[in-house]
Design a protein around this ligand. Structure first.
Ligand SMILES: Cc1cc2nc3c(=O)[nH]c(=O)nc-3n(C[C@H](O)[C@H](O)[C@H](O)COP(=O)(O)OP(=O)(O)OC[C@H]3O[C@@H](n4cnc5c(N)ncnc54)[C@H](O)[C@@H]3O)c2cc1C
Length: 418
């Protein structure tokens, strides 16, 4: 920082017990849980607000259960949202039920669709009652502070200049392009995905209803969600085909979309240019090692998920709950040992691997086949025919999507808050 600038009076360094980099679902939930446990914790978010379109907007029963255990569910469900219970798909014209959450023995048997910024703002507001929790917006971690072999915090860029934030423990929650894990030299294992996704919204009027969420035709696949005043649409393309889609032009894409989903005919006019279409480059990857001394990675920073099942947000939340359960008490005494930090990987790696394995099975057996196209009419895959024919089977994909493998429950300490 320039010594002559007006920022001179601002602190150039701060010291906390735990510094969380990234205010996404993993970071905001972990911040809330550690603040609730009375740990001196700061969450750094590089953006000025949480308002970013086309992020994961699906709050699954596992996350709703966590909100319930935190006593936050009533206020949370007062926020505007849509509920999804039954997932139906159209395969080459044949309708099949893929999952039915109403068959689950869970307190909240539905997926709540809610803009992610509402979820994050809610956690931020709820966390304000914990004096030991600070959320610093417009604060971007740009490098690590090292003490010998250990990570001892981060150097962050703020609107007022550079601030060094020393921390006993740094937690990387900065997403799939994590700066922190890259600076820490943690190696990412790429598993790969055969597709990318184009996201866009099309206007919806109140009389437009359709209980379909997936449509698959030879060479094409798309998903639509009723979001109240608009349809959220995900158009799946073969990996690396985005330039080819653009070269065909916007109208050709929109024509394909409306042919697959005629209900979008009126609202598709909202997509005026490719600026209204967001490319999600699908990745599945994970770290082999989630830690360095003084550093832990969780959420997408430790494992990027495929959009199959819409589970990324919920796995990030589960990681945060497990981290607080296993580390909150230890953090009252200082930085957990390497062994204690690695306990998070040992707890969460199995659910991550199982979920990614299921996503790869769906990608390789359903999505790749559909995207190959060809002249033959599309056959409904055997597994989906079975699920459709035997309704009790519909609870299996429902459970996988809604609750996941090894669900976490809140056990971390809560110190009395005013
Ligand atoms: C287009 C799209 C659609 C998706 N749809 C779904 C869906 O429907 N359902 C679902 O469950 N998942 C979905 N996902 C995935 C989901 O968004 C992620 O899995 C989930 O958000 C991961 O949470 P996270 O907290 O680990 O990371 P992120 O949500 O990526 O949050 C990381 C945060 O860190 C901040 N940050 C990054 N670098 C820094 C830095 N250096 N300093 C400070 N802050 C930093 C970012 O601004 C961000 O707020 C989607 C993802 C995309 C991109």
């Amino acid at each position: 920082m320039d010594a002559a600038t007006p920022q001179q009076s601002r602190p150039r360094s701060m010291k906390v017990r735990c510094c969380i980099v990234g205010g996404g679902p993993a970071g905001m939930m972990l911040g809330y849980l550690l603040g609730r446990a009375g740990i001196d914790v700061v969450v750094l978010e590089k953006h000025a607000d949480f308002f970013r379109d086309f992020r994961g907007d699906t709050v699954h029963p596992s996350t709703l259960q966590v909100m319930d255990e935190l006593g936050l569910i009533d206020g949370f469900l007062k926020l505007p949202h849509q509920r999804l219970q039954k997932m139906d798909g159209l395969f080459g014209g044949t309708k099949v039920r893929i999952a039915d959450l109403s068959r689950l023995n869970t307190k909240y048997p539905f997926i709540a669709f809610m803009p992610q910024w509402d979820f994050l703002n809610f956690l931020r507001e709820a966390g304000k009652r914990f004096a030991s929790l600070k959320v610093l917006m417009s604060t971007e971690a740009v490098d690590l502070i090292r003490r010998g072999d250990a990570i001892a915090g981060v150097r962050a860029r703020t609107r007022d200049g550079i601030v060094d934030i020393e921390a006993d423990l740094t937690v990387a929650c900065d997403g799939r392009h994590s700066t922190v894990r890259e600076r820490a030299g943690l190696a990412v294992e790429e598993i790969g995905a055969p597709m990318d996704v184009l996201w866009f919204r099309a206007g919806r009027s109140g009389d437009e209803t359709e209980n379909l969420f997936a449509r698959v035709e030879p060479g094409k696949m798309m998903v639509t969600f009723d979001r109240g005043d608009y349809w959220q649409c995900a158009y799946v393309i073969a990996k690396g085909q985005y330039d080819a889609v653009r070269a065909r032009g916007l109208q050709a894409l929109l024509d394909d979309v409306v042919r697959m989903a005629p209900i979008l005919e009126r609202g598709i006019g909202d997509v005026r240019s490719f600026d209204d279409v967001k490319l999600l480059t699908v990745a599945i990857n994970r770290l082999g090692r989630w830690t360095r001394p003084g550093l832990l990675c969780i959420g997408d920073a430790a494992h990027a998920m495929s959009p199959v099942g819409g589970v990324g947000v919920n796995l990030a939340v589960q990681d945060a709950v497990a981290t607080a359960n296993l580390l909150a008490d230890k953090l009252t005494r200082g930085c957990p040992s390497d062994e204690e930090l690695d306990a998070i990987r040992r707890r969460r790696e199995f659910p991550v691997k199982m979920t990614q394995a299921m996503q790869v099975i769906v990608q390789n057996n359903i999505i790749s086949g559909a995207l190959k196209g060809g002249d033959q009419p599309l056959k409904v895959p055997l597994v989906l025919r079975l699920i459709n024919a035997l309704p009790w089977l519909q609870s299996i994909p429902a459970r996988f999507i809604a609750i996941g493998v090894r669900p976490e429950h809140v056990h971390s300490t809560a110190v009395p808050a005013p």
